[in-house]
Design a protein around this ligand. Structure first.
Ligand code: SF4
Ligand code: SF4
Length: 454
């Protein structure tokens, strides 16, 4: 075995034998999958930038206001008291990611993760535009500091800095909303030094990541990336090399792989996918495109590298829709439905009604029995809501202290009321009663309490 084979897994691909950084000069991808990825990226980037601006039911589509512990997800507001439901949503999300990864591999990384989208679809494209493809960039970086090199580097890094600042503002908008961010921007600097320094710091971090740190986020920092070895198995759908078809490699060796190493050249994390799936592979499919381009040139069938499972490659099975894939996909649909249901079924108010402790029932002259209740209503919207309470389960009458129930925008209403029920309607000394809370004559919530009688 050569030294390279023995030490193959001694270190990440972008670290040299002395422990230093090995810079990756990735070739510009070209092909069907790259085009698909560009379309997906445009949609995702548009979502990332526009989500804080889009209003749905009068609220931002997404707002993660950590300072005020208020979260808006697709128009539904979650407060600190909704921690339970938020925890459930987060749990279902984590479970979704795990089942998705076990079934469909690391598609998230190459196709949807903001880190990859920004790096590959914005920063890398600008780099290709200014400095050229991989060979030109390698030559430029290794060459002397000529005027051309200085101009190219200043232009590239200048644009990188501007984009990093814009990215920071978009990122902050997810936490503050555009209106608050605009307020912060328009506040004089001396009154706003803290926020300004945070903005500068985050911009600096973004600039450093996309100009220098790059793919190391995926290979060294991201916990999801590091979990791949436990999440993937031989049935997972991954970008994989058909070693049965490809080997023995070489121009005249009999296998379909001509050993041109173009799949390595194009890989943004610098790996050789022919060594099997590896921690660094983000499933971007650039090597599939590149190998297909080579296969066309050498007149061999495409998809020597493709989306498939290791099991299919080993056994020769063609279908990627196995019983497990279908079963796991159903689990994903259930989890996703739960996620959507949790968001769409959010109530605008939350009411708690409890019989006032220490006060027994009263027998009245009009043959009714009355109980006193305490009522708390939390308004989970940004509107002042006029409400009305009615008894649904019995014929009865309610008299609210102060007569009018109006819950202020994001506020809490606390009051008490008396419920009168005709004696002949009560079958026992402890009856379950149901109340309806109405807004503009439409029922928005039901809740129950006990009613005691003789
Ligand atoms: S691009 Fe295809 S043919 Fe070339 S080395 Fe990679 S797998 Fe082999
Ligand atoms: S091996 Fe292929 S799919 Fe994986 S990161 Fe490299 S180019 Fe992308």
């Amino acid at each position: 075995m050569s030294e390279e084979q023995v030490s193959f897994r001694d270190r990440p691909i972008n670290i040299n034998e002395k422990g230093g950084r090995k810079w990756i000069y990735a070739k510009k991808p070209k092909g069907k999958w790259y085009n698909y990825r560009t379309i997906v990226s445009i949609i995702m980037l548009a979502f990332l930038v526009l989500a804080p601006f889009i209003k749905y039911k009068g609220y931002p589509l997404i707002l993660l206001d950590i300072v005020n512990r208020k979260f808006i997800i697709f128009g539904a507001i979650f407060w600190a008291q909704d921690t339970f439901i938020l925890a459930l949503i987060m749990l279902s999300f984590v479970l979704f990611i795990i089942v998705f990864t076990v079934t469909f591999g690391r598609l998230w990384c190459g196709w949807l993760c903001p880190q990859t989208l920004f790096l590959e679809m914005i920063f890398r494209k600008i780099e290709y535009l200014i400095e050229g493809d991989f060979r030109k960039r390698l030559k430029l970086d290794n060459g002397p500091w000529t005027t051309e090199k200085i101009l190219k580097k200043v232009l590239k890094h200048g644009i990188f800095i501007i984009i990093a600042i814009l990215m920071t503002n978009v990122f902050l908008m997810w936490f503050t909303g555009p209106e608050r961010l605009w307020e912060i921007i328009n506040t004089p600097l001396r009154e706003n030094l803290g926020n300004f320094l945070i903005m500068l710091f985050v911009s600096g971090v973004f600039y450093w990541i996309y100009s220098y740190f790059r793919e190391q986020i995926c290979t060294m920092v991201c916990p999801y990336g590091r979990m791949q070895s436990v999440l993937l198995d031989s049935k997972s759908l991954i970008v994989t090399y058909d070693f049965k078809r490809g080997e023995p490699r070489g121009h005249k060796s009999g296998g379909d792989c001509v050993d041109c190493e173009q799949c390595i050249a194009v890989c943004p994390t610098g790996i050789d996918i022919r060594n099997g799936t590896q921690l660094e592979c983000v499933n971007c499919a650039a090597c599939i495109d590149e190998c297909n381009n080579v296969m066309i040139k050498v007149k061999r069938p495409p998809n020597l590298i493709r989306f498939d499972s290791m099991e299919n490659i080993s056994t020769g099975h063609k279908t990627i829709f196995t019983g497990r894939t279908i079963a796991y996909s159903l689990v994903l649909v259930v989890l996703f439905s739960f996620f959507v249901y949790s968001i769409t079924s959010r109530k605008m108010i939350e009411t708690t009604i409890l019989r006032t402790q220490g006060i027994l029932y009263q027998t009245n002259a009009d043959s009714t029995i009355s109980n006193v209740y305490n009522m708390v209503i939390v308004n989970k919207t940004h509107l002042d809501i006029p409400l009305e309470i009615r008894i649904l389960s019995h014929k009865g009458k309610i008299i609210v202290a102060g007569n009018k129930i109006e819950v202020k925008d994001q506020g809490k209403y606390e009051s008490s009321f008396i419920l009168y029920i005709p004696r002949d309607q009560l079958k026992s000394d402890n009856t379950r009663v149901e109340f309806g809370i109405y807004n503009n004559k439409s029922l928005v919530e039901k809740c129950t309490a006990t009613f005691v009688g003789p």
